[in-house]
Design a protein around this ligand. Structure first.
Ligand code: SF4
Length: 461
């Protein structure tokens, strides 16, 4: 619909996002593709003309949570006399498309993660269709070629998807089924998007991919570039001060990428490197393709390249077949590495994955006990890491105001949130902050240089 000037009538769009940073990125891009149709963001269900649930299949009972949300949206839609487009996107949509339309016929659009560039066309089709419009195939065309070039500003820190999908087929994971085979974007498209993000105010970019270090995008020379080479090239982008990447697989950590950690100052000394278990038996059952010792040796090489590297990981407690001895091996690996951060989960079956039907499913009580032990140790390590920052002067990228008046927030090179007193004009700059104290989840500090003393600022920009 357009008004008399020919511009689309203003409509309101609410996107609810669950799960990983890739979903956060996807939600931003869905908002981008719908903006030309007149959709502007809202936080209110009551005023939304369209609601998108961008779902995640990783969390326990994800599908049921989507259905309970859809139940509430049905009432909201009825209250508006049916004038609301409801879409389910993301991995639950991909995996459960048919069930969604059967159980929630008030849903208008179901779209998998490879189809969101088709949203405008699907919205138009939904307006004409009697039933739901479903797109959960893996379309052969590259969705990235069909997205608008002018991304909405993401702020001082931005995400940029460079790779999607996965060919590794870990026993417990739905990603290879929901996101499809590994795909890497061409280098030129990534560099162009990075420049746009910087022009829109980004100082730090986190490169995203389900298996980001499996990146092998086509370079300008026609050859496949690895992630190390891409990082070196991105480090040349003027105004881009910091680069990060996530999520990595230990098997894809090649020499060039490890060397980049030593040689590229813009590559931040923080790495999320999931290990999942410290037991070789369980790692084999998980189809991870590496041993605990492989992981420990890799950590040694990374720390040799970048001695101040902070490591983060993912751990699963109670994978089928896991014994107390396997759990003890996981605890030993965590102690041996010393993580600065970590995500730990109780194993829960994902339908369609090999682990879901494996023999030796672990009792819930045992899973709970193991997870509690793992989390207590990880919490201790995180607090110790944060406390070890006290007394240092850290370069802090200021992201915006803190929670309290006069307070600013930012992040260290090791991704710790930091709070300190300072003027709002610091937003977007990198300033030296003396760390005064480390807490379990954040740091507090004070500006280390008087603001008029420009010569001491790390950020000359
Ligand atoms: S490598 Fe990561 S994304 Fe791929 S199957 Fe394993 S856990 Fe899933």
């Amino acid at each position: 619909m357009t008004d008399t000037t020919g511009t689309p009538a203003r409509k309101r769009l609410l996107i609810r996002t669950w799960g990983c940073q890739m979903n956060v990125y996807d939600s931003a891009r869905m908002a981008d593709v719908l903006a030309p149709l007149g959709y502007a963001p809202t936080e209110s269900v009551e005023e939304a003309d369209m609601v998108i649930l961008n779902t995640c299949h990783i969390r326990e009972k994800a599908t049921e949570k989507v259905f309970s949300d859809l139940g509430r949206l049905r009432e909201a839609k009825q209250a508006r006399g049916g004038e609301m487009v409801i879409a389910v996107a993301g991995c639950v949509a991909q995996a459960e498309g048919a069930e969604i339309t059967a159980r929630a016929p008030w849903v208008d659009i179901v779209l998998g993660p490879q189809s969101y560039h088709r949203l405008p066309e699907m919205v138009a089709r939904a307006a004409r269709a009697a039933g739901a419009v479903i797109e959960t195939e893996f379309p052969p065309e590259d969705k990235f070629d069909h997205l608008p070039e002018t991304a909405a500003p993401q702020g001082v820190t931005a995400f940029l998807t460079i790779q999607e999908g996965c060919d590794k087929f870990c026993s417990f994971c739905v990603v290879p089924y929901t996101r499809g085979a590994e795909y890497s974007r061409p280098v030129a498209a990534i560099l162009a998007e990075a420049r746009r993000l910087v022009a829109l105010g980004a100082r730090e970019i986190t490169l995203l991919g389900q298996n980001v270090n499996a990146f092998h995008g086509e370079g300008p020379d026609g050859r496949a570039w690895g992630l190390g080479r891409l990082v070196r090239s991105l480090a040349e982008v003027e105004g881009l001060a910091r680069i990060r990447y996530t999520t990595s697989h230990p098997r894809d950590m090649d020499e060039d990428l490890i060397a980049a950690h030593a040689e590229v100052p813009a590559l931040m000394p923080f790495l999320h490197l999931p290990v999942q278990s410290g037991s070789d038996r369980v790692l084999r059952m998980m189809n991870r393709g590496h041993t605990a010792d492989d992981y420990l040796r890799l950590v040694e090489r990374l720390r040799a390249a970048r001695p101040d590297l902070a490591l983060s990981t993912d751990i699963i407690a109670g994978h089928p077949g896991e014994t107390e001895a396997d759990h003890a091996a996981t605890m030993a690996l965590i102690r041996a590495v010393g993580f600065a951060q970590a995500f730990s989960f109780k194993y829960s079956a994902r339908p369609g994955t090999p682990a879901a039907t494996m023999a030796g499913q672990v009792e819930e009580a045992a899973k709970d006990a193991r997870l509690a032990e793992i989390q207590a140790l990880l919490r201790e390590q995180q607090t110790a890491f944060n406390r070890s920052r006290a007394g240092m002067v850290a370069d802090v990228l200021v992201t915006g105001p803190g929670r309290h008046p006069g307070q600013m927030a930012g992040r260290t090179p090791w991704l710790n949130p930091v709070h300190f007193e300072g003027p709002e004009s610091l937003a977007g700059r990198i300033v030296p902050v003396k760390i005064l104290a480390g807490h379990p989840n954040s740091l507090t500090g004070a500006l280390a240089a008087p603001l008029h003393d420009q010569s001491r600022e790390r950020d000359a920009a």
